[in-house]
Design a protein around this ligand. Structure first.
Ligand code: CDP
Length: 217
């Protein structure tokens, strides 16, 4: 199912706290509308992983290469916490701005998920979604993912990690996690993935139709 109208540039920004389901929604929308997808969390994860190997965070950010996001082991809880630490460093964020801004406005449409996409990376995004769920729901979802590679991890550990990252992400001075003033709020606590995805798709379709209509007027 693809929308017929395609403006040259069209950006969907999906932000929200840890494990809120942004990635799943972003991948689903990218597939439906054939947009390029950037999981911006993977950038911070790749840099966080390098700091765990002893590199300086700012140097790792300066040498960032998109290929780095494809390395294995970026989803572990150690890397998640390291990612939120490097993400609080203003120089790290500054170095990564251009790459993300260009991705957002590339030809053919783009969807980016993260913490600051609608507020800092692409305030002009045509659709901004802010995806939330209770910390307990998010921890349960993340536990299922992490259990695939780590059978030892407990719910309590995951809940603690999620809360630690939320606190750090929301209180940092540089690009803190918060909804853009014009973001559509999507609480997925009580929603299935399919229902949440259908809602998100309907917001994208409406925005495309509005632009199509505006062009015709
Ligand atoms: O998938 P999950 O929501 O658990 O995390 P993620 O999106 O992969 O992001 C990992 C960490 O990177 C977050 O806890 C943030 O500290 C940081 N991040 C950020 O600061 N800005 C972004 N645009 C994306 C991620």
């Amino acid at each position: 199912m693809r929308s017929s109208y395609r403006p040259d540039r069209f950006t969907v920004a999906i932000d929200g706290p840890a494990a809120s389901g942004k990635g799943t929604l972003a991948r689903g929308i990218a597939e439906t509308f054939d947009f390029a997808h950037l999981d911006s969390g993977l950038i911070y994860r790749a840099i966080g992983a390098k700091t765990l190997e002893g590199q300086d965070a700012i140097v790792a950010a300066q040498n960032f290469d998109a290929e780095d996001t494809k390395r294995d082991g970026l989803r572990t809880s150690a890397v998640s916490l390291a990612a939120s630490e490097v993400a609080a460093i203003p120089e790290v964020r500054a170095v990564l701005l251009d790459f993300q801004k260009q991705f957002a406005r590339r030809l053919g449409g783009a969807i980016l998920d993260g913490r600051d996409i609608g507020t800092v990376i692409c305030p002009e995004a045509e659709v901004k979604l802010y995806v939330t769920a209770s910390a307990e729901t998010r921890a349960k979802r993340r536990l299922l993912e992490l259990r695939e590679t780590n059978s030892e991890i407990t719910y309590e550990q995951v809940l603690e990690d999620v809360k630690t990252r939320d606190e750090r992400d929301a209180t940092r001075a540089s690009s803190p996690l918060r909804p853009a003033h014009d973001a559509i709020m999507l609480d997925t606590s009580e929603l299935s993935i399919e229902t949440a995805l259908e809602l998100a798709r309907s917001h994208v379709r409406e925005a495309l139709e509005r632009l199509d209509q505006a062009k015709a007027d």
